[in-house]
Design a binder for this molecule. Structure first.
Ligand code: HEC
Length: 472
């Protein structure tokens, strides 16, 4: 057991230290789905350990071992759960580091316990910290699942809508840099000597100096790096990070071409200027236009339907558009999912991956008419049941990795009117049939092979000796 504890501790430290450098493949997120279940064990065990420890009670070593193991497993599964969840809010940040620290402190206390030092004052101090951390980390976690109203805690401000006449630098360019570049180019982490938090920093440039040359697209190192092939060492953001969208690169490029001014506003741009349309596309209030007509849905309804295994989120603060993610509970029960019928008309994104879905759940999905994203990876969906969903006209992204769909699925898939991206690797669909489908449906981008991110993970994981279990 001690070996297990040591190995997991090392692995957790590895996750902590290298988090910003590695990107785990999305299927590991499945391991993360157990996080909401396992987390209950360490909470109880840790508090029990604190109580017994502080009152000088005798404790069986196995209890301490279990506690440390459960805390480690929970912290690590939490890391996997966070994979692919994009930008980290303050809550997740504190929750993650609180949980990791908790696991490390529990391990430290175990060491003290083994050396018979656990009744010393400092060992009790560690226990007190463990107790406080258990409560705070648990609360942060609960606020993540149950939403910000659960506890009024500091949080990243919601994405602000653009003002009527946005300033190009402050309202458009800076937010792009903030999300994609500033995590590594800020006063704390000044990679390449480059500070991107302000226009002055950009103009001053990094070690090479010519980061941004106003009015000169060719000379600007920043653009050169964005245009490099994604596999190039010098491409920014570096390997493993989400590259910028073509439209984002175009925005930066036009802004630099026009002199990289911080005073430039949308109103000053002519209708011919490509930047005008690029910025207007950002402003198109997706929300109000697209989902204005959705029925009202009350917070109380969402609270009633949500659970540890079912996250329901509004797309924006007061939006009636909902995104739902279901996690696999230890004992699967379709009723929490079928109960969502009450809000089917509000669901725009739904993740039911890796659940043993039956006909009832598919019937529910079929009712989600505004659905744009649907994730059915690793579910027992068949070609025939897929046909029941073909009327979902808004559906744009459909994930079907790791299902037993066969060629028969393709005729149903062709019926989705607005499908833009389809993920079908590791299914029973034959390559030849897929090729034919691709030719006939040029509008659909098909993801049917091992992704770059996955490959690079394997390359990295080889050196770690990680098993490639579950790999497609
Ligand atoms: C994960 C961290 C990370 C992110 C995110 C990141 N960078 Fe970098 N950046 C680096 C590192 C490390 C270097 C130094 C090594 C090198 O020059 O390639 C660097 C160097 C640079 C340089 C060269 C500076 C000089 O003069 O030497 C530019 C320009 C740059 N980054 C632009 C960007 C842009 C634009 C983005 C966002 C699209 C971005 N970076 C996102 C890590 C990052």
């Amino acid at each position: 057991m001690d070996h297990g504890i040591l190995a997991l501790t090392v692995f957790l430290l590895f996750c902590l230290l290298l988090e910003s450098h590695i990107r785990l493949p999305f299927w590991l997120a499945w391991v993360g789905k157990w996080h909401p279940m396992v987390l209950h064990f360490p909470i109880v065990l840790l508090l029990l350990m604190v109580l017994l420890g502080l009152t000088n009670q005798r404790m069986a070593p196995v209890l301490v071992q279990f506690t440390v193991l459960a805390t480690l497993v929970t912290a690590i599964s939490g890391f996997f759960l966070a994979v692919g969840n994009g930008e980290k809010g303050d809550l997740l940040f504190w929750h993650q580091y609180g949980g990791s620290l908790l696991a490390l402190l529990a391990g430290l206390w175990y060491v003290l316990f083994q050396y018979g030092l656990h009744q010393k004052g400092y060992a009790k101090g560690v226990l007190a910290v463990i107790m406080v951390l258990t409560f705070t980390t648990g609360h942060f976690g609960a606020s993540i699942t149950h939403g910000e109203d659960f506890l009024a805690l500091p949080r990243n401000p919601e994405k602000k809508e653009l003002p009527e006449n946005p300033k190009i630098y402050a309202h458009v360019v800076h937010p792009i840099l903030e999300t994609n570049c500033i995590p590594c180019h800020n006063p704390n982490k000044k990679k390449g000597g480059l500070l991107m938090t302000s226009l002055e920093g950009l103009l001053k440039g990094g070690e090479k100096g010519n980061t941004l040359v106003p009015g000169n697209v060719e000379e600007s190192e920043l653009l050169r790096r964005l245009h490099l092939p994604k596999t190039d060492e010098e491409h920014m953001p570096p390997d493993g990070k989400k590259p910028l969208e073509a439209s984002e690169i175009a925005i930066l490029e036009r802004w630099i071409a026009l002199g990289a001014l911080d005073t430039l506003t949308l109103a000053q741009l002519g209708p011919e200027e490509p930047l005008t349309n690029l910025v207007k596309a950002l402003m198109a209030p997706q929300e109000s236009e697209q989902w204005k007509e959705l029925p009202l849905v009350a917070d109380s309804t969402l609270q009633r339907l949500a659970s540890d295994y079912l996250t329901i989120q509004r797309l924006a603060n007061h939006s009636n558009a909902l995104t739902i993610t279901a996690f696999s509970p230890p004992i699967y029960d379709p009723s929490p999912i079928t109960a969502l019928q009450a809000i089917a008309q509000n669901v725009v994104a739904l993740d039911l991956s890796n659940l043993p879905l039956g006909a009832q759940e598919i019937d529910f999905v079929a009712q989600c008419t505004p659905l744009q994203r649907l994730d059915l990876d690793g579910t027992p969906i068949t070609s025939a049941t897929l046909g029941k969903l073909a009327h979902l006209e808004e559906l744009q992204f459909l994930r079907l990795h790791g299902t037993s769909l066969d060629d028969g699925a393709l005729s149903h898939l062709a019926q989705f009117k607005n499908l833009k991206k389809l993920y079908v690797w590791n299914t029973g669909i034959k390559q030849s049939a897929l090729r034919e489908f691709k030719e006939k449906n040029a509008g659909i981008e098909i993801e049917d092979g091992i992704q770059d991110s996955l490959e690079s993970f394997f390359r990295k994981s080889d050196t770690l000796g990680l098993k490639q279990n579950g790999a497609p």
